[in-house]
Design a binder for this molecule. Structure first.
Ligand SMILES: [Fe+2]
Ligand SMILES: [Fe+2]
Length: 191
């Protein structure tokens, strides 16, 4: 799917469907962090107007998703608990080079991969979640996460040569696949 080089371990979805509330809590935090990441890109690259405009849209949409998931928790009598962090995203971010301009390219590509993997996991949940209502929730989010993947890669191609973007997508594809193979199949969106 999209740029992904490996599918999630089938054991993950088995764990995820047995722990729908834990998945919703972690999912809510993922949406919040996706919005925060978009805001951090605006902070870091304010002079890149195309990036700023796209990140405004993205942050707004991610906050809408955050609200949607908080509402789902509320409906089930559950509350948001402390954000336990995201080992998957942290592992990917460690591969962002520290000097510009390539730091910006890498950050955009990491954003794209997190969206693509989320999209894959939503498609699994859209098929296997325990209730019709939950399957519908994940189905409704699929298209917009695929759109976010495209937004990050389109911004990258706006500011960097297409060949450089393609090469770095390939490299991060291999890195991301290795990270995913090492995940522990916990009841989190990227566990
Ligand atoms: Fe989202
Ligand atoms: Fe997203």
């Amino acid at each position: 799917m999209l740029c992904l080089k490996t599918a999630s371990n089938p054991e993950w979805i088995e764990v995820a469907v047995r722990h729908p509330i834990e998945i919703l809590v972690d999912h809510a935090h993922c949406e919040k962090k996706a919005a925060a990441f978009a805001m951090s890109m605006i902070n870091r690259y304010p002079e890149h107007t195309r990036l700023v405009r796209d990140m405004i849209d993205l942050a707004r949409e991610e906050m809408d998703h955050f609200e949607l998931v908080v509402n789902e928790l509320d409906k089930r009598g559950a509350v948001l608990t402390y954000d336990g962090g995201n080992a998957y995203a942290n592992a990917l971010q460690r591969h962002i080079r520290t000097h510009e301009p390539v730091r910006m390219l890498d950050a955009l590509i990491v954003g794209a991969f997190i969206e693509a993997r989320s999209c894959e996991r939503f498609s699994l949940l859209a098929e296997h979640a325990p209730t019709d209502e939950m399957r519908e929730l994940y189905r409704s989010l699929l298209a917009s996460e695929a759109g976010h993947y495209r937004a990050y890669t389109d911004i990258a191609r706006e500011y960097f040569p297409v060949a450089d973007v393609k090469a770095r997508l390939e490299e991060f594809g291999a890195i991301e696949a290795e990270i995913v193979k090492g995940l522990a199949n916990r009841p989190t969106m990227h566990g």
